[in-house]
Design a protein around this ligand. Structure first.
Ligand code: ZN
Length: 172
């Protein structure tokens, strides 16, 4: 299966977010499988459809980032947070911001409702790192990026790196 290109900041598709998925067909399953392949190839632990230029509310993740642990893979379609508790700051990265690491505040405990690849309704409780990865990827579905959520100090710290990316994108 051909890997998908992961779009890098400031590609405008990253700001478009995703539309609700309404068709649960083989093409959707193929897309999810290709997204997982790209995620492992880029050494990430989550990838949302807008990051590969597809405006659908679909994301894949594996909190371990370890391809040999497929039992930890999750594919979430049309996810919604239905309960949330607590907040904490911790470090994150993003495949659309290569080399950028920064602390982001997320809910510690969440409950989400979502659909699986067959369209069946599911619920999931998550906490800690898994909850963080889910919230990060769900932001992508709304066109929100981790750099939007940084402390003022970190926004200043990463500014030169973002400017480099903006220049590279303008030249490409
Ligand atoms: Zn990301």
């Amino acid at each position: 299966m051909q890997p998908l290109e992961v779009l890098v900041y400031p590609h405008p598709a990253l700001r478009r977010g995703g539309q609700p998925v309404t068709v649960f067909d083989q093409a959707l399953r193929d897309l999810a499988a290709r997204m997982l392949g790209s995620m492992y190839e880029e050494v990430g632990c989550g990838l949302a459809a807008p990051q590969v230029g597809i405006d659908q509310k679909l994301l894949v993740l594996n909190p371990s980032g370890d391809e040999s642990k497929p039992e930890e893979e999750l594919t979430l379609v049309n996810p919604k947070i239905t309960k949330k508790k607590g907040r904490e700051w911790d470090e994150e990265g993003c495949l659309s911001f290569p080399g950028v690491r920064a602390e982001v505040e997320r809910h510690i405990d969440i409950t989400i409702s979502y659909q699986d690849l067959t369209g069946a309704a599911q619920t999931l409780k998550a906490n800690g790192w898994l909850a963080r990865v889910i919230q990060h990827e769900m932001d992508h579905l709304e066109g929100v990026l981790m750099v939007d959520r940084l402390s003022t100090a970190d926004k200043l710290r990463v500014r030169p790196e973002l400017e480099k990316m903006e220049q590279r994108f303008a030249r490409s």
